[in-house]
Design a binder for this molecule. Sequence first.
Ligand SMILES: Nc1ncnc2c1ncn2[C@@H]1O[C@H](COP(=O)(O)OP(=O)(O)OP(=O)(O)O)[C@@H](O)[C@H]1O
Ligand SMILES: [Mg+2]
Length: 247
Amino acid sequence: MLDPRIKAIEHRLSQVNNIIAVSSGKGGVGKSVIASILALILAKKGYKVGLIDLDFTSPSTHLILGVKELFPEEKEGIVPPTFENIKIMSIIYFSKDKTLSLRGQDFSDSFLEILAITKWGKLDYLILDMPPGINDATLDVIRYIRKVKFIIVTTSSILSLATAKKLIDALNILKIGIIGIIENMKSEHTHSVKDKLDKLETEFLGETSFDPELEKCFGNTQMLLKTKMAVEMEEIVNKILNVKVYE
Ligand SMILES: Nc1ncnc2c1ncn2[C@@H]1O[C@H](COP(=O)(O)OP(=O)(O)OP(=O)(O)O)[C@@H](O)[C@H]1O
Ligand SMILES: [Mg+2]
């Protein structure tokens, strides 16, 4: 029998124009920071923005943005609280500081549940902060959110790049749109990954530098928007707004 949550998700996302998964394959490359800053910049530009933290076991976006003591309102579903003009959904509202370790089907159930009950309303952009790995979350997102498009974050490390290429391959095979690649933690000692992407036919969206000041701005969106990383992201966001990805 068809899981009724699948239809519910379609309905809940029916007024969301663009859904962007910030993914990487490899862990710790800056997905959560980039997803959070992307949401902030889009909201600042006046777009209606939602952000969902799909890293159920180690959610981070609430810490990056400084979301505290908020809880969704129940109203024929749940309405994500608005913070800095962003509708933010995170498992942290329910799990608080408790450890939440989820294996396979339990992850999928939480994923289906949270997306089936969340009322986004009209949104221009919904940003998905993906957990690391090309596994449950990636497969569920592709399976249940057909209109999703991916931004892939990588560092210049061959370890990160090798996984990014695998993710690109998988998305191409499944005909899932890729908006492009962002190189994070760029330093003067690293070679740009741009030159290494030729054969992948994937848009290079730009670089964000390794920023030693970043960490102290977590929890304060005004400070965060002034970081070198956020300033560099502004240009990348303009590119994202203009990239045409096949449907
Ligand atoms: N441009 C940057 N400059 C300096 N530090 C950064 C930068 N980008 C991310 N970081 C730091 O790197 C760490 C990993 O960042 P983040 O949590 O966003 O990565 P992630 O890809 O979401 O990780 P995970 O795979 O665990 O979800 C954090 O401590 C973050 O503060
Ligand atoms: Mg993360």
